[in-house]
Write a protein that binds this ligand. Structure first.
Ligand SMILES: *Cc1c(COP(=O)(O)O)cnc(C)c1O
Length: 366
C-alpha cells in the first residue's frame, strides 16, 4: 500500500532528536510560555525573514488573530470586506466571518490554482480593507500585481501560509510578502507538530504585540486585561518538536520537490491534467493535485491498486451548509476544481519504488 502520507515514518526519521527535545521539556517542569516558545519563535521568524513570530494554538487561530488585531487597532471594523480566493480550505473563510468581516470570493486561475489577480480589482468596493491570499497546495499565490493593488489602494495583504512553509517568491519567503501571515503546524502540514499548533509572522511591532496579548486572554501584563482575548497558546513541548523539525525543513522540501518532479515528468495520461510548474522555488508541494473529469473513478481505481489519495477539497466553502447565504453563488472554475481534484501521495519519505508505482498506476487508468 502506498500511503498518502506516512507520518510515522516522518517522525521516525528524527526520532532521536525529538525524544531528546520532549524529554528536555518534560523534565524541565515548565510547559507553557517559556524558553521553547522563545527559541522556536526566534528561529521561525528568522526562517521566514520576518521581524516577529507569535506562536499560537493552531492555524485557524493565527488567521483569526490577524483580523481581530486589525479590528482592535481600528484598521478594520465588522462589516468590512476581505477579498479571498473562492477555492480554499474553510479555515481561511472562517477566520474572516469569525470576526464579523465579509469574505468576497474571487475565482482562481485555472492553471496556477491560485487567486486570479486579474479578477481582484473588480471585487474591491469602498468597504474592502484587505486581500487575503492562500498559497494553496504549497504554491506561491503572490504576484507583483497583487502587491501593487494592495499598495496603491492602502489594503492590507494577509497571507494564509498554512500549506507553504519555505515557499519562495523571488527569494522572499511566503509569510513575509504581505502585512501579516498565518501559519499552521497541524501534523500533516509540511512543518507539523504532534498535535495542533500555529503562528503569526509580521514585521509590524504593534500588530505583533496585540496578537500576543489576544492569544493570551487579552493580557500583556499578568492579571491585567486590555482585550477580551482567548487562551490560544503554543505548548512548550510542541515548540520544542517544531524547532527540531524546522532545522530539517529544507531537506524535507527538497525531497518533496523530487517526488513532484518525477510526477510532472512521468505522468502521461490524456485523461489527467498535471499542474504545470514554471518556478520550482515557488512551490513546496504540500499537496500534489491532479485533475480528472472522472475523478471518483480514478480514486477508486487507485485504491483498488493500493494507492491512497485524498480530495482537497470535495465541497467549496460557498457550497457548505455553514454558509447557506452563499450557496446560490456560482464560481464555475472553483466548482470544477473541487469536482476534478485528486491529491496523489506526497511526502519527504516516499521511496523511489513507491513514486514509480503511483505513476505506473495513474498512467494505466483509462
Ligand atoms: C490547515 C489549514 C488552515 C488551518 O490550520 P489549522 O492548524 O488546522 O487550524 C488554514 N488554512 C489552510 C489553507 C490550511 O490548509
Amino acid at each position: 500500500m502506498v500511503k498518502f502520507l506516512d507520518l510515522q515514518k516522518i517522525t521516525a526519521k528524527y526520532a532521536d532528536e525529538i525524544h531528546a527535545a520532549t524529554t528536555r521539556v518534560i523534565d524541565s517542569g515548565w510547559y507553557l510560555q517559556g524558553k521553547e516558545n522563545d527559541c522556536f519563535e526566534a528561529n521561525y521568524a528568522n526562517y521566514i525573514g520576518s521581524k516577529h513570530c507569535i506562536g499560537c494554538a493552531n492555524g485557524l487561530d493565527a488567521l483569526i488573530w490577524i483580523f481581530r488585531a486589525y479590528i482592535e487597532l481600528g484598521v478594520m471594523k465588522p462589516g468590512d470586506e476581505v477579498v479571498v480566493p473562492a477555492n480554499t480550505y474553510i479555515a481561511t473563510i472562517l477566520s474572516i466571518t469569525e470576526n464579523g468581516l465579509v469574505p468576497v470570493l474571487v475565482e482562481p486561475d485555472e492553471d496556477t490554482l491560485q487567486i486570479d489577480d486579474s479578477k481582484i480589482e473588480t471585487a474591491i468596493t469602498p468597504k474592502t480593507k484587505a486581500v487575503c491570499i492562500v498559497h494553496l497546495y504549497g504554491r506561491c499565490a503572490y504576484t507583483e500585481r497583487i502587491g501593487e493593488i494592495c499598495r496603491s489602494r492602502g489594503l492590507k495583504l494577509i497571507e494564509d501560509n498554512a500549506q507553504a512553509h519555505g515557499c519562495l517568491f523571488n527569494g522572499i519567503k511566503t509569510g513575509n510578502l504581505g502585512d501579516a501571515a498565518g501559519h499552521s503546524f497541524y501534523p500533516g502540514k509540511n512543518l507539523g507538530a504532534f498535535g495542533d499548533g500555529g503562528a503569526v509572522t509580521t514585521n509590524n511591532a504593534e500588530l505583533a504585540a496585540t496578537i500576543r496579548s489576544l492569544a493570551n486572554y487579552g493580557s500583556s501584563k499578568k492579571y491585567v486585561f486590555k482585550y477580551c482575548g482567548r487562551n490560544s497558546r503554543l505548548d512548550e513541548i510542541q515548540a520544542a518538536i517544531l524547532d527540531v523539525k524546522l532545522a530539517h525543513l529544507d531537506d524535507d522540501l527538497a525531497a518533496r520537490k523530487a517526488v513532484a518532479k518525477y510526477y510532472v515528468e512521468n505522468i502521461k495520461n490524456p485523461e489527467i491534467r498535471v499542474p504545470a510548474i514554471s518556478d520550482w522555488d515557488a512551490h513546496v508541494f504540500h499537496l500534489f493535485p491532479i485533475f480528472c473529469s472522472r475523478r471518483d473513478e480514478l480514486q477508486k481505481f487507485l485504491v483498488e491498486n493500493d494507492v491512497q489519495t485524498l480530495i482537497h477539497y470535495p465541497i467549496p466553502p460557498h457550497k457548505q451548509e455553514c454558509y447557506t447565504q452563499w450557496n446560490h453563488l456560482s464560481f464555475p472554475i472553483t466548482e470544477r476544481i473541487h469536482a476534478e481534484e485528486l491529491s496523489l501521495p506526497m511526502s519527504p519519505v516516499m521511496t523511489e519504488e513507491e513514486i514509480r508505482t503511483v505513476v505506473e498506476i495513474v498512467n494505466k487508468f483509462c
